[in-house]
Unconditional design. Structure first.
Length: 193
């Protein structure tokens, strides 16, 4: 259940993070973990990993959605913003992640929701572009200033290695600052978002 500004405790902005990869050693997941460490005090990054277990999207299930779909929708609704990092497969967003997004096209959790997408590979421009297009079509409030490519020198870096790399840390900091600035520009505050 979404919290109103009256019953929400004084907390930082709640940013739901979604890694578009199901790999255990995913660069995108590590990038989001590093972002959580680097996040300014006003942003609380919370990972959501349950989307990978969602069944194939089926519009016939509208009104009788599986519990996992309802939980995913609730997590999106309760977030102040969403931060996504997705790999690229065959010039697009991975099918499993696109399936998760398909489950929320009609239910509207992304409508006017501030969303940013960070990209872990300079070669993954097709997926990043496709993802931003999909989010715009879903009427998300795409925060372009916070949507950028953090070109990793290798896909073997873990969170600690990313934090130790000044260039990666600076790029993540830039994205997080832009996302926070956007949330504040909407007239939200940590007291009434």
């Amino acid at each position: 259940m979404a919290h109103s500004s009256m019953d929400r405790p004084v907390l930082p902005f709640r940013i739901l993070t979604l890694s578009g990869s199901l790999r255990a050693a995913s660069s995108n997941s590590a990038l989001l973990e590093a972002a959580a460490v680097l996040a300014p005090q006003q942003l609380q990054l919370v990972p959501y990993r349950g989307w990978g277990a969602l069944p194939s999207f089926n519009p016939d299930l509208e009104g009788a959605e599986p519990a996992g779909v309802l939980a995913f929708r609730a997590a999106l609704r309760d977030a102040d913003a969403i931060l996504i990092a997705s790999p690229e497969y065959a010039h697009g967003v991975p099918g499993a992640f696109k399936n998760a997004l398909d489950w929320v096209v009609g239910s509207g959790e992304f409508i006017n929701k501030p969303v940013a997408a960070i990209n872990a590979s300079g070669r993954a421009s097709h997926a990043q572009s496709s993802l931003l297009d999909t989010l715009a079509m879903m009427n998300a409030d795409v925060v372009l200033a916070a949507s950028l490519t953090v070109a990793l020198p290798t896909n073997k870096l873990d969170c600690a290695a990313m934090l130790a790399d000044a260039g990666i840390a600076a790029a993540l900091g830039e994205a997080l600052d832009a996302l926070q600035e956007h949330l504040l520009s909407l007239g939200l505050s940590v007291n009434n978002s």
